[in-house]
Design a protein around this ligand. Structure first.
Ligand code: UDP
Length: 237
């Protein structure tokens, strides 16, 4: 997959990855399975931090389209990501993985505020830091938050866990002849509007030279396999 092995990665988990077969909310068994993926990768010696989305609970843009004030709706979306972060933390700690949640919106009775240097220290101590509340600003997404935190934490790559094993030239769930890209340039992703991450996240990764690895998080042990250069994925660089 890569000539240079990755040591420290940021894993972006969308809210949907925690939903399982439900149409809304958090499915405990699914969160436990995702947490186990993270545990396996951690035990294989990789340093991980996470950004969790909130789309399984609340999306600001969708609410704004129904008449909500966009900024208020986005704050609600960010609060949803904190709920997901606590769910992931709970599952990881049950599996014996040491974690900290840091929120971009300070919420001192629930979790730590986001402090970059403190997050760095947690990672040095082998903890998994879960970044919640996106960037802390409305009109952004957790994809952009993932690119931002990956840059701040000097991650070697941003891993995007999805329900397919990479980026295809058509929707593989609808078109049998769709083929997967092994690797892609940032510019092609942006020019062809490929659904990898939103454009500002891709641009931020391009500016900071952070590869984006798209892989299937639903397959057991796949995160560790892709990290070891063995699994199937698409790398954007
Ligand atoms: N959000 C925001 N600023 C951010 C990150 C997220 O306002 O920096 C809000 C936005 O309303 C978004 C919601 O939080 O719809 C949930 O995040 P996102 O849609 O990125 O979650 P995902 O699609 O990854 O589940």
């Amino acid at each position: 997959m890569s000539s240079k092995p990755f040591k420290r990665i940021l894993l972006k988990l969308s809210g949907e990855a925690l939903m399982g077969d439900q149409t809304f909310g958090i499915d405990t068994a699914t969160v436990t399975r995702v947490a186990d993926e993270i545990r396996i990768a951690k035990e294989a010696g990789f340093e991980l931090c996470l950004v969790v989305g909130g789309g399984n609970i609340f999306r600001g843009l969708a609410a704004a389209e129904q008449g909500f004030d966009r900024a208020s709706a986005d704050y609600m979306g960010m609060l949803a990501t904190v709920m997901n972060a606590l769910a992931v933390q709970n599952s990881l700690e049950r599996l014996g993985v040491d974690t900290r949640v840091q929120s971009a919106i300070p919420m001192s009775s629930v979790c730590e505020p986001y402090i970059r240097r403190r997050a760095e220290r947690h990672m040095e101590k082998g903890r998994i830091v879960i970044f919640a509340a996106g960037t802390g600003n409305p009109f952004f997404t957790t994809d952009t938050a993932a690119a931002l935190r990956a840059a701040e934490m000097q991650c070697d790559a941003l891993f995007k866990g999805t329900s397919v094993d990479g980026v295809y030239n058509a929707d593989p769930k609808k078109d049998k002849s769709a083929t997967r890209y092994e690797s892609l340039g940032y510019d092609k992703v942006l020019a062809d509007n490929l659904k990898v991450m939103d454009a500002s996240a891709v641009a931020l990764c391009r500016e900071n030279d952070i590869p984006i690895v798209v892989f299937n998080i639903r397959e057991h042990g796949n995160l560790a396999r892709v990290l070891a250069g063995e699994g199937v994925s698409t790398i954007v660089r």
